[in-house]
Write a protein that binds this ligand. Sequence first.
Ligand SMILES: *Cc1c(COP(=O)(O)O)cnc(C)c1O
Length: 511
Amino acid sequence: MTGEAHMLYQSTRNDRNKITGAEAIVRGLSSDGGLYVPESFPEVTQETVTKLAAMPYHERAAFITGLYLDDFNADELSRFASDAYTSGFDDPAVAPLKKLSEGTYFLELWHGPTCAFKDMALQLLPHLLTASLKKTGETREVCILVATSGDTGKAALEGFRDVPGTRIMVFYPRDGVSDVQKLQMTSQAGGNVNVVAVEGNFDDAQTGVKAIFSDTELSSMLDSRGYFLSSANSINWGRLVPQIVYYFSAYCDLLKNGCIKPGGKVNFCVPTGNFGNILAAYYASRMGLPVNKLICASNRNDVLTQFINTGVYDRNRPFYTTASPSMDILVSSNLERLLYEMSGKDGGTVADYMQALSAGGVYAIPDPVKREINRMFAGGYCSEPDTMKTINDVFYDHDYLIDTHTAVAYKVLCDYKKDTGDDTPSVVVSTASAFKFCDSVLDALSKPVSGGVNSASCGVELLDKLAEVTGTGIPAPLAALKGSAARFNASVPVGSMKEAVTEFLTGLTAG
Ligand SMILES: *Cc1c(COP(=O)(O)O)cnc(C)c1O
């Protein structure tokens, strides 16, 4: 492809500086605070989709990612995809599609090494990032900073552990993750990793990490010591592009199994937090994937579905800790990328919304923009009792075990169908193994956890109980947690996250 024009990326807040895919992946976040977006969307024809349907997952991935990352050659991407998606997944389909009932399917994205959908991107990202560092001539060591609502942290640690030229540091909300999630992170192996609890919620952790990224004093100090910071959160383009793949893959499998005709439309219902997963579905539709509706499912923290239904984004509201912690988010970063597309790629308007959001916690979009969003997106929310009831119903009616996040999505899909009469074939995006949230899932199955959970290993012992109650095998990576000990016990106030980063990278303590 030498000599050809490459796909370029620009910030959602300013379209003056265009950069390549490799540069976007290295930088993570634009220096103006915006997120990198592709200048245009590559087109995928129905003919190509039919060809992809005959390929295994890793070849589908190499093809789709290649459309965006055309500064990588096809051999590289094939190698990366086959590395990422062959050994670490416990299902040969990688992202298998399961039929629940006529017209309703579950896309299982949790067969990777950490049992949540974050693996779909984070098994590939380290390959993309290390290659991008070479392509951009970067010689400093990269430190990946992650704020996690529970699943990204572990998936990023697993993806980056002992990758040469990288370090990784994860911040998680101390009281906002499940016991299994916490032990998965604190027991992480690897010589280049660090895990710290933040005394706050996910939004606090995410805001803290963003502040560290835009701290120029810190970055020049780290630069002088041969380090720079980058992100493995879904603000990084390298996270999003692998997520587009599985929407095509699901469509391919529906075609292959005769569930739809070529060109037939489908709905996707996505349990949503930071809006990365559903945004990837939107990008797939912009590339030509026949999508009817994208249904955004929220838990009790329904700031996004309120936005879709009213046009007002208002984060001034209580923050709830729910049974679906990976969706306990009030400031949804990737919505900025949707706003950009929906506002006619007007970076100034997006910057104004984001300014209003950080100043007063609220912004409103004009009616035409809202109408445009509603042509593609519907939104709904699921209460805590309904989440529990849904897990119970699906298990006892269909003999199918789902986690709390997936339950939110399935309930929202059922409500949507009832309200609209839309009978388009629908795919529920299943984002985590039920075993990651075994205490809540056991509760939902009316097998309450007796005596509560009082030590790090207690949550893990529930794995056996859930296996016994449901007759389902514990995923191997979670079974391996039994008997593993926490390596990382540090916890810091929100205001001390920067010092924790400095200490990790330079060994210097504050003061
Ligand atoms: C991260 C996560 C979500 C939310 O995905 P976003 O891309 O942040 O919207 C939903 N479910 C699970 C299990 C997750 O780990």
